[in-house]
Design a binder for this molecule. Sequence first.
Ligand SMILES: Nc1ncnc2c1ncn2[C@@H]1O[C@H](COP(=O)(O)OP(=O)(O)O)[C@@H](O)[C@H]1O
Ligand SMILES: [Mg+2]
Length: 243
Amino acid sequence: MSTVEFSNVSKAFPGGAGKAVDDFNLKIASGEFVSFLGPSGCGKTTSLRMLAGLERNTSGRILIDGVVVAEPESRLFVPPEKRHVGMVFQSYAVWPHMSVFENVAYPLKISKRPKAEIAQRVTEMLAVVELSGLEQRMPSQLSGGQQQRVALARGLVMQPKVLLLDEPLSNLDAKLREKMRVDIRAIQQKLGLTVVYVTHDQVEANTMSDRIVIMRAGHIVQTGTPDEIRRAPVDAFVADFIR
Ligand SMILES: Nc1ncnc2c1ncn2[C@@H]1O[C@H](COP(=O)(O)OP(=O)(O)O)[C@@H](O)[C@H]1O
Ligand SMILES: [Mg+2]
């Protein structure tokens, strides 16, 4: 279980017009499920990628579990593999030439864990995402939802401090999306995970999150529980967006 903190974090891309993320401030509690919600281009993915270490913030600082992982002012940058975050992306991002087992085992193999431990962890994670028994299947033999579960198991197999998900359900049909929402929330609760979830879908954010961060043009417009935001949107943009 881990906390996350963004403190005055900004990101200007070289040659970009203005800042993609501008003075982002947020504290996330351990075991909290927080969604970044906002229209396309508002800076959700960039914020998530800065937390993962896949993008460098140009100012401010980011902390995971109270430890600074990125602070350009003091030239401090912890690389992604040392941040202990798990990531799941929109596209299935499973390797087509590897079996389910091999896909989930991959991060453990890279970090040279013993075979017995790998087998045990993969078995555990496949049980969590309800894919037990499908170890030897290839991704082409799985549905879209099952492929996304493989990606989820792979994101969890290293026991990350924080799990980051970037629009992981966008490619699924409506019915499956609904089931996966419930399942991801259940897994988060069961494992006590700290989750940052990126979405442009207000229903997703409302049904899954402890707290929602509403973003617009690189800024945080409002932060609150789904209920708080629904009852007291700070402006017309928020009211319209969460309607
Ligand atoms: N690699 C990049 N280089 C330049 N501009 C980028 C890059 N990635 C994102 N941007 C810009 O940053 C802004 C925020 O993008 P992004 O974080 O992807 O938004 P979202 O995920 O909310 O759709 C957009 O204006 C986008 O065009
Ligand atoms: Mg995005």
